[in-house]
Design a binder for this molecule. Structure first.
Ligand SMILES: Cc1cc2nc3c(=O)[nH]c(=O)nc-3n(C[C@H](O)[C@H](O)[C@H](O)COP(=O)(O)O)c2cc1C
Length: 175
């Protein structure tokens, strides 16, 4: 089989290779001292069962994470395949991403996103610097399944479904 790659790690080559790797997407939410805040995260991962730990990576330029980390507790909503618009909203520029989203507060006051597959409530337990990102480790204090549906997937710079991500020649850009 012909080799299709080089070993030189340029930013463009790194992005080109990694954009073929599909991820789910979650909305990280909190009721902060500056109002309800949210950001879209594709780097979410499960770490440990006992204790229940999850993690994600936050860019050093993020203006929303400093607000969320000051909140005692934050939420993680796992987006469903029919929530592309919500995904775009939660990644849009500006702090008022939740302004037009009909979220409701959990019993602890954390914004629960509408239509998500599951809502986890977490407290941050560690942050590890990693290049231009920080790896956030959080303990899961509660977890609720809310909906039986396919997950939203991000691959080749576009939102889609698991079936879309399986199509290796899909090269659509999300803009
Ligand atoms: C599909 C997708 C996945 C993203 N994943 C992450 C992520 O894992 N970590 C991160 O810091 N930002 C991620 N972002 C960008 C954030 O959603 C947000 O746009 C960025 O943090 C800048 O906004 P802020 O300054 O309000 O934090 C992602 C955006 C998109 C569209």
């Amino acid at each position: 089989m012909a080799e299709r790659s080089t070993s030189v790690v340029t930013a463009g080559r790194f992005r080109e290779v990694m954009r073929a790797y599909p991820t789910g997407v979650v909305g990280v939410t909190a009721a902060t001292d500056r109002g309800p805040r949210a950001l879209l995260v594709g780097s979410f991962f499960s770490i440990s069962l006992r204790p229940a730990l999850v993690g994600f990576c936050v860019g050093e330029q993020s203006t929303t994470w400093p607000d969320i980390r000051r909140a005692a507790r934050f939420g993680i909503g796992i987006l469903a395949a029919d929530q592309q618009d919500l995904g775009r909203t939660l990644a849009a520029p500006g702090p008022q991403r939740l302004a037009g989203v009909p979220w409701r507060p959990s019993s602890a006051g954390v914004p629960v996103l509408p239509g998500v597959l599951a809502h986890l409530e977490c407290v941050p337990v560690a942050e590890h610097p990693a290049g231009d990102h920080t790896i956030v480790v959080a303990e899961v204090r509660s977890v609720r399944s809310l909906r039986d549906h396919q997950p939203l997937i991000f691959c080749h710079r576009t939102f889609g479904t698991v079936a879309d991500a399986r199509s290796g020649d899909r090269q659509v850009r999300s803009g």
